[in-house]
Design a protein around this ligand. Structure first.
Ligand code: SF4
Ligand code: SF4
Length: 408
């Protein structure tokens, strides 16, 4: 048996009855039509290796990365196979043996190193000035000319740093509670305006908000790539910082951070909330809001909200429909993965592009002006997909549309 596979319990694998229901919903399988793409195929492969009939080689390691961890298989599985634990542990074994793929090294090194991340933030802000697209959608993308190959569309980040750290923000009226804001790396250094909007909206709803300094990346990219040691190091620091301050809870606007904090940060001494969970408690306050120019919006369910946290699907609709001037339309397959999947997009770009295109076409069919969601990875990937199609549809975070109503 390959070293590291011992941590994968045989009883987890034996739960799978090989029914194949997961094939119907898996976005990767439905793009490749290859059995190893879906959970059933990976489970069979792991079982064979664990029993000594096969070996863990680099090709198998690459197959383990052919999964966006969207959890659609988990959702449909009648046998309760703990697929997320299985795949993360299998990736850990593969990483112990072969190390991370170069794309993952680039991504995880960046996310776990404060100085590197700041440098990348500064670079992307510079790139925004130089290459920013002046197209009609307003999505944050840069278009780089590649000699002989046309134009590459890549995400871009607006100038402006998130300078709210180690500061407390007070609501104007009565205080309803105090929350710690956990920005995560993307909202801390990339989509900084969204972070500011989250704090402002929480203040409007009556919360005092504290933003600690010294918080790291939540570690999900490292954990999902199979680098558990880096994840544990990042987690240790974050738990220390978050437990050190008095508050009623921790709130984040990032689906992946929230899923990770809720499931893997058992040492936290206060509850963790997705931003939209806080919004749902205040529908009366939100119903006072009015958007200047009426817009039609649709919602993309991030995998790590709808399945990772089991937040009911009707909550975003309730929130958006509460705002005067917003016309909500449901998108087909609104809970299908956008194709980002952390480093999946970098390790398997061709498959990721196919999944992204399906999402883009579903958005286009709604005729919405904006697609709203609550995950920076989804925002980045959806914006890129929309730009490739040359649409005028803009992808935003829930906090951005609420802040626009507040005229903040
Ligand atoms: S749905 Fe569950 S039991 Fe059926 S093949 Fe997939 S993982 Fe196995
Ligand atoms: S988590 Fe998603 S991408 Fe991965 S095997 Fe399951 S359904 Fe397919």
């Amino acid at each position: 048996m390959s070293k590291g596979f011992g941590k994968i319990k045989q009883e987890w694998l034996d739960k799978c009855v090989r029914c194949g229901s997961c094939r119907n919903v898996c976005p990767v399988f439905n793009s490749t039509f290859e059995e190893p793409s879906v959970s059933r195929g990976k489970i069979s492969l792991i079982d064979i290796i664990k029993k000594g009939y096969g070996k863990l080689d680099k090709e198998v390691a690459l197959i383990f990365k052919k999964c966006t961890t969207c959890l659609r298989c988990n959702e449909i599985c009648a046998m309760d196979v703990p697929y997320e634990e299985i795949i993360i542990t299998a990736r850990e074994a593969a990483t112990e043996k072969f190390g991370l793929f170069p794309q993952e090294i680039a991504a995880t090194s960046l996310l776990k190193d404060e100085n590197l991340l700041n440098m990348a933030g500064n670079f992307s802000r510079l790139a925004y000035f130089v290459f920013k697209d002046s197209g009609s959608s307003g999505n944050l993308v840069s278009k780089f000319p590649i000699p002989g190959k046309g134009t590459a569309v890549v995400p871009a980040f607006k100038p402006g740093k998130f300078n709210y750290k180690n500061r407390e923000f007070e609501p104007e009226g009565e205080t309803k509670g105090k929350l710690i804001y956990f920005p995560g790396c993307m909202f801390s250094r990339a989509y900084t305006e969204t972070s500011k909007n989250i704090v402002k909206v929480l203040n409007f709803l009556g919360y005092k908000v504290f933003v600690p300094s010294d918080l790291n990346c939540c570690g999900a990219p490292s954990l999902h790539a199979g680098d558990k040691k880096s994840f544990l190091k990042l987690k240790e620091n974050n738990v220390f910082v978050l437990n050190n301050f008095e508050a009623d809870g921790i709130v984040t606007g990032c689906a992946t951070c929230c899923h990770n904090l809720k499931h893997n940060y058992m040492e936290l001494n206060k509850p963790v909330y997705q931003f939209l969970e806080i919004l749902e408690k205040h529908l009366d306050d939100i119903s006072e809001l009015k958007i200047d120019k009426p817009v039609t919006v649709t919602w993309h369910h991030p995998c790590h909200i709808v399945r990772g946290q089991n937040i009911p699907k009707n909550i975003p609709e309730k929130i958006l429909n509460s705002i005067k001037g917003i016309n909500y339309v449901e998108m087909n397959e609104s809970d299908n993965c956008c194709g980002m999947g952390g480093s999946f997009k970098m390790v398997h770009p061709g498959v990721s592009d196919k999944i992204q295109r399906k999402k883009t076409l579903n958005i286009l069919r709604t005729d919405a002006d904006n697609v709203i969601t609550e995950c920076p990875g989804c925002i980045m990937n959806i914006a890129e997909g929309l730009e490739k199609e040359g649409t005028t549809i803009n992808c935003k975070h829930t906090a951005d549309i609420l802040a626009a109503c507040l005229k903040l």
